[in-house]
Write a protein that binds this ligand. Structure first.
Ligand code: KG4
Ligand code: ZN
Length: 375
């Protein structure tokens, strides 16, 4: 007998791709709960994520995180209709914990399992919707309706601690990477520069706050990769520039508070200028109707402002050429949705459920630490 599936199932989603243990309950693109057990304090002494420490903490946190996610969503196991889990990319030992748990839960509760690409989840995180009303546990729209008012192709900009990518979305599920960082990710470099300045980890949000009090024009940061026609980015040269400049400045005298504000403001501006420069180049070559921003660095208000400015200039130029296309920017509705979280995994799973893209053999699902979105 052919099984029938609901249009907006309740999905329990799990993400353990890096240093946060997260579980969420979603229906359609509506987020009913999104629990994140952060490991930030554990990794802070290393100034980055230490894989074996992450694995151990995931193991310790995962059961409780799932329990709280169900409770917050006022959902019981009997109501869950599928399990979704991040299969990759991410840290192999960390991914392993979430996948093992998801397999076990799917088998135990006889539920379909959906394997999700973490970058696809960041790319679609702007589609997530809050559950404004008291929990009815019914999506306000089906997942298919979520994209009705969107115009494709869209461009996702995913900027996080592990990735910096421009992804063309011709439809949900059809992706092409148009550009990516050829070395470090944007967030990774913010964290490393933060470490040079002893700002604490993760440094991205601290740099954002400090930069507000500084002069972004104080230091001229080189604009990388301008001699190339591609849309790839490179951040490691900026990191080297920061190290050299700091050494040079500190041989004269240590930076005072205002000096650090100016340095972080200039550095942040230089990094975002590089992203916007490449974005502008890309938009001249590709017909794009919407930009969807995602990833930890996407929480940064200054980055959002600079991207908006780039789009406004582009739209003006189009108008002058009598082209009516106006590119719109979409961002996740909360900072929580920018960072690693399971709700965005649930949103992608909603689309996969609709297409019944379930894992065929649950036992044999394996992590894919280097899974590219368009491979
Ligand atoms: O998406 P995410 O939580 O994890 C990864 O998938 O990597 O991103 C974490 C990164 C860190 O490098 C952190 O410094 C950066 O995002 N980040 C920020 C901000 N909040 C987090 N960078 C700039 N401004 C922020 N407000
Ligand atoms: Zn991520």
């Amino acid at each position: 007998m052919k099984q029938t599936y609901p249009a907006s199932p309740l999905i329990l989603a799990i993400d353990t791709s890096c240093d946060d243990t997260s579980a969420a309950v979603t229906t359609g693109a509506t987020i009913l709960s999104n629990i994140i057990a952060s490991q930030t304090q554990l990794h802070a002494p290393y100034g980055g994520v230490f894989p074996t420490v992450a694995k151990q903490a995931h193991k310790e946190n995962i059961d409780q995180t799932i329990k709280v996610a169900l409770k917050r969503a006022k959902t019981s196991w009997g109501q869950i209709q599928a399990i979704a889990v991040t299969q990759g990319p991410g840290l192999a030992p960390a991914l392993e914990v979430g996948i093992a748990k998801a397999k076990k839960l799917a088998l135990k509760n006889s539920l379909p399992l959906i394997a999700i690409n973490h970058i696809e989840a960041h790319a679609l995180s702007a589609l997530a919707e809050p559950n404004h009303h008291a929990i009815t546990k019914t999506a306000k729209k089906t997942i298919a309706e979520t994209t009705i008012n969107h115009q494709f192709p869209a461009l996702a900009i995913v900027v996080s601690g592990g990735h910096s990518e421009f992804i063309k979305i011709t439809q949900i599920g059809k992706y092409k990477r148009l550009g990516f960082s050829i070395d470090d990710a944007a967030g990774e470099v913010l964290d490393k520069v933060g470490r040079m300045l002893n700002l604490g980890y993760p440094a991205g949000p601290i740099i954002e706050q400090f930069a507000k009090k500084g002069d972004a024009k104080k230091y001229q940061i080189p604009l990388p990769m301008t001699d190339r026609e591609d849309f790839n980015m490179s951040f490691s040269g900026l990191k080297t520039w920061a190290r050299n400049k700091l050494e040079q400045l500190e041989t004269q005298k240590p930076l005072d508070k205002q000096g650090i504000y100016n340095f972080t403001a200039s550095f942040q501006y230089g990094m975002f200028r590089h992203i916007c420069y490449k974005l502008n180049k890309l938009l001249k070559k590709h017909q794009i109707y919407e930009v969807w921003l995602g990833g930890g660095v996407a929480a940064n208000i200054e980055l959002r402002r600079m991207i908006r400015e780039t789009l406004t200039t582009h739209n003006h130029n189009n108008q002058r050429r009598n082209q009516s296309t106006k590119i719109k920017l979409f961002t996740p509705y909360s900072k929580r949705l920018c960072m690693d979280n399971a709700a965005m995994i649930g949103v992608v799973a909603g689309f996969k459920f609709m297409q019944q893209k379930f894992v065929k053999n649950i036992d044999s699902l394996e992590r894919q630490p280097r899974w590219k979105i368009d491979s």
